[in-house]
Design a binder for this molecule. Structure first.
Ligand code: SF4
Length: 193
């Protein structure tokens, strides 16, 4: 179970660096969150993924993130309490060839904006854990969003791919079978129907 207090963005008296971590799903969260805590960061998670479709899948992944964060002891900010995939679809329709870039950009922009508002010195994303995501593109996107007050934390979480997968399995966290959007859900069946 995840923990939320009333003012999740308030500053802490602890002087260790604070990082806001965009979290895409539970299995991708376990290793990065743990690693960042071990490295001495004050870690907070952000669940903002209007790209996930349909609703049942979104709820499963959100629940999985809560489970993972609760086991590790990280608080989560849930930006999209009310499920609304329209914002995502408006961004990508007629631009399907760039849809992954637009999808990553949308989520990183929001993360950076919340991080700035909350006075975090760093922001990053668990998308850097997945071997299926374009690491270089995400790194460049993150760095393009940096400000003097809030830097993109570029960490190659992929080194913990096996370990993270094993940890999430042992925690019983839901594991998805497609990236998230309706396009990726459709593509997994392409050529098989
Ligand atoms: S395939 Fe994944 S990264 Fe690409 S648009 Fe869909 S949800 Fe986003």
């Amino acid at each position: 179970m995840s923990v939320q207090h009333e003012h999740p963005l308030e500053h802490s008296a602890d002087k260790s660096p604070r990082v806001l971590v965009h979290i895409c799903c539970g299995p991708c969260a376990v290793y990065p969150l743990q690693l960042l805590m071990e490295k001495g960061f004050q870690v907070m998670g952000l669940f903002y993924n209007p790209n996930i479709q349909p609703l049942q899948e979104y709820l499963l992944r959100r629940e999985g993130v809560g489970l993972a964060a609760g086991k590790i002891g990280v608080e989560i900010i849930y930006m999209d309490q009310k499920y609304d995939p329209v914002e995502f679809l408006r961004r990508v329709v007629f631009r399907e060839a760039q849809r992954c870039f637009l999808c990553q950009q949308m989520r990183l922009e929001r993360t950076r904006s919340v991080a700035l508002r909350g006075g975090f010195g760093y922001f990053t994303t668990t998308l850097l854990f997945s071997k299926k995501q374009p690491r270089e593109q995400i790194r460049m996107l993150g760095q393009s969003l940096e400000t003097g007050k809030c830097a993109f934390l570029d960490m190659d979480f992929r080194a913990g791919w096996e370990q993270g997968a094993e940890m999430s399995r042992s925690m019983g966290i839901y594991r998805q079978s497609y990236c998230g959007c309706i396009y990726s859900e459709f593509e997994r069946f392409q050529g098989k129907l």
